[in-house]
Design a protein around this ligand. Structure first.
Ligand code: NAI
Length: 480
C-alpha cells in the first residue's frame, strides 16, 4: 500500500489530502501538524476550517485511509510520498523583510524529513515557494541523507478557498514539476498516477521544477492583476459617471479576456495574493529586473489605494468625521464561504475607520470575535506565524464590538460598510434596517451586492464601488 504523509494540516493540506484519500481508497494518507489544537479539530465534529463539502469528504474517509496526527516523525518515516504544505510567510525582519518568503517552516520540515527517514522518499512542494526553493531543499536533504534517496517535486496547489472541494474534484489543471533525470521522471509518474485516479491525464501538466514553481507565483500575480485593473477602472468610473459593472461586462465578453475576476470591490485579500506578488517582486529585484519588479508592485499599490479610497469615501460622506459614530461592518472574511480573514481588506478598512475614532460593530457569519480582535491588533505580516510568535498591540477594544446578528450590528448605526459578499447581505430587510438606523443612513457597498436603487428609494445614501455617485457623494469627494 502506498503511504502518503502531508506536513501541515491547514487550508491546503487538510482539503487536498482529504480528496486524495477519498479518490484513492487504496492509498493511506496521514496529515500531520505541530499544532495540536488544529489536529484535534480535524479529528472532531468541528473541523478547523469552513469549506463547503469538506465535512462530507472527511467523514467518509477519516479512520479508513485518512488520519490526522501530531506524530509528525512517525508518519513521515513510514511514508513513500511526503507533501510539505506548511506556511510560507513574508519575512518580517532581516534581508528581504516585507517582500521575501520566510522559509523557516519549510527548512525545519526538510531537516526533520532528513532526520527521521529510513527509506527513499518523494518530497513534494505543495506550499507556494520562491523559484529555486527546490534546489535549497534538495541540498538540505542530500547533505543529511545517510544513504537515502530523496526526489523532489513541485506540485503547487491552485484551489481557491470557498470552492476548495469543487476545485480539487475538478481541477483546471494539476501541475507537477520535476528534475529531467530518470529519477525525477519516475517520481513525476508516481505522483501523476495518484492524481490520475480522478483527473483526466491531459489536465495533468508535467514541467521542469522551476517552471512549476514560477507558474504558481505568476498565476496568482495574473489573478490579482485583473482585480487591481478593474479596481483602477472603478475609480475612473466614479469620476466620470460610467458604471464599472457595465464596463467589466463589456470587457469580459471579449473571449480573449473572459468574464472571471473582473468584479470591482474594496480590494483583494486572502493569504496568497499579496504574499506571492511580494515574493515575485523580490525575485525580480534579486535577478536585476527592477522594471519588472515595479510592474508587479503596482498591483499591490492599487489594492492598497482601493482600500484607502473606500475609507475616505466613508469619512468624507459622513461630514468628514466618523468620530464617535457607530458604523456597522457586515462581513470580515476576505470572501464569502470561508471563515479565513488572512489579509482581508476588512482589516485595513476597520483600522482606517478606527483611526478616525469610529465605533465599529462587526458581524460575519463565519468569523469569531476572538479572530477579529486578534486581526485588528496584529502587525502586518505577523498573521502567518504561529500564535506564540505574533506580537499583539492593544486595540482600543471599547471602539469594537463583535455581534452574531446583522440587525444587531446595524441598530442605531450611522452607516453600514459591506466588506464581504455573503449572500445573506443581499437578503436583509433593508426597510427594517433603515428604520433602525440614525439618519441620514448610509450604505457603503464594498462588494456591490445590494440593489442601490431600491435602497435609495427607501431613503439610504448609497455608495457602490465604481458606480455613478449619489449627488450627496459627488459633493463630498474622497481624496485618497
Ligand atoms: P496554513 O497556515 O493554514 O497551514 C500551514 C500549517 O503548517 C499550519 O497548521 C502549521 O502549524 C503547519 N506547520 C508549520 N510548520 C510545520 C512543521 N515544521 N511541521 C508540521 N507542521 C507545520 O497555510 P495554508 O493556507 O494551508 O497554506 C500552506 C501553503 O499553501 C502556503 O505556502 C500557501 O501560500 C499555499 N497555498 C495556499 C492556498 C490557500 O488558498 N490558502 C492556495 C494555494 C496555495
Amino acid at each position: 500500500m502506498v503511504k502518503i504523509c502531508c506536513i501541515g494540516a491547514g487550508y491546503v493540506g487538510g482539503p487536498t489530502m482529504a480528496v486524495i484519500a477519498l479518490k484513492c481508497p487504496e492509498i493511506q494518507v496521514a496529515v500531520v501538524d505541530i499544532a495540536a489544537p488544529r489536529i484535534n479539530a480535524w479529528n472532531s465534529e468541528h473541523l478547523p476550517i469552513y469549506e463547503p463539502g469538506l465535512d462530507e469528504v472527511v467523514k467518509e474517509c477519516r479512520g479508513r485511509n485518512l488520519f490526522f496526527s501530531v506524530d509528525v516523525e512517525k508518519h513521515v518515516a513510514e511514508s513513500d510520498i511526503v507533501f510539505v504544505s506548511v506556511n510560507t510567510p513574508t519575512k518580517t525582519q532581516g534581508l528581504g523583510a516585507g517582500k521575501a518568503a520566510d522559509l523557516t517552516y519549510w527548512e525545519s520540515a526538510a531537516r526533520m524529513i532528513a532526520d527521521v527517514s529510513k527509506s527513499d522518499k518523494i518530497v513534494v512542494e505543495k506550499s507556494t515557494v520562491p523559484v529555486k526553493t527546490a534546489e535549497a531543499i534538495e541540498r538540505i536533504l542530500t547533505h543529511n541523507r545517510k544513504g537515502i534517496n530523496f526526489t523532489i517535486l513541485s506540485n503547487p496547489e491552485f484551489l481557491a478557498e470557498g470552492t476548495a472541494i469543487k476545485d480539487l474534484f475538478n481541477p483546471d489543471r494539476v501541475l507537477i514539476g520535476g528534475r529531467e533525470t530518470p529519477e525525477g521522471q519516475k517520481a513525476i509518474h508516481a505522483l501523476r498516477d495518484v492524481y490520475a485516479h480522478w483527473v483526466p491525464v491531459e489536465r495533468i501538466l508535467c514541467t521542469n521544477l522551476w517552471s512549476a514553481e514560477l507558474s504558481k507565483l505568476a498565476a496568482n500575480a495574473f489573478l490579482a492583476q485583473r482585480i487591481s485593473s478593474v479596481n483602477a477602472i472603478s475609480a475612473l468610473c466614479e469620476a466620470t459617471g460610467a458604471d464599472v459593472t457595465q464596463v467589466s461586462h463589456a470587457i469580459g465578453t471579449d473571449s480573449r479576456v473572459g468574464p472571471k475576476f473582473l468584479n470591482a470591490s474594496v480590494g483583494f485579500g486572502g493569504s496568497c495574493f499579496q504574499k506571492d506578488i511580494l515574493n515575485l517582486v523580490y525575485i525580480c529585484e534579486c535577478n536585476g529586473l527592477p522594471e519588472v519588479a515595479n510592474y508587479w508592485k503596482q498591483v499591490i499599490k492599487v489594492n492598497d489605494y482601493q482600500k484607502t479610497r473606500f475609507v475616505n469615501r466613508v469619512v468624507s460622506s459622513m461630514f468628514n468625521t466618523v468620530s464617535g459614530k457607530k458604523i456597522a461592518i457586515l462581513g470580515f472574511a476576505f470572501k464569502k464561504d470561508t471563515g479565513d480573514t488572512r489579509e482581508t481588506p476588512a482589516i485595513d478598512v476597520c483600522k482606517g475607520l478606527l483611526g478616525d475614532k469610529a465605533k465599529l460593530s462587526i458581524f460575519d457569519p463565519q468569523v469569531t470575535e476572538d479572530q477579529i480582535i486578534r486581526d485588528l491588533s496584529m502587525k502586518k505580516f505577523d498573521w502567518d506565524h504561529p500564535a506564540h510568535l505574533q506580537p499583539l498591540s492593544p486595540t482600543n477594544n471599547k471602539q469594537v464590538t463583535v455581534v452574531w446578528d446583522a440587525y444587531e450590528a446595524i441598530k442605531d448605526a450611522h452607516g453600514i460598510c459591506i466588506l464581504t459578499e455573503w449572500d445573506e447581505f443581499k437578503k436583509l430587510d433593508y426597510k427594517k434596517v433603515y428604520d433602525s438606523m440614525q439618519k441620514p443612513a448610509f450604505v457603503f457597498d464594498g462588494r456591490n451586492v445590494v440593489d442601490a436603487n431600491k435602497l435609495r428609494e427607501i431613503g439610504f445614501i448609497v455608495y457602490s464601488v465604481g458606480k455613478p455617485l449619489d449627488s450627496w457623494l459627488k459633493d463630498m469627494p474622497a481624496v485618497a
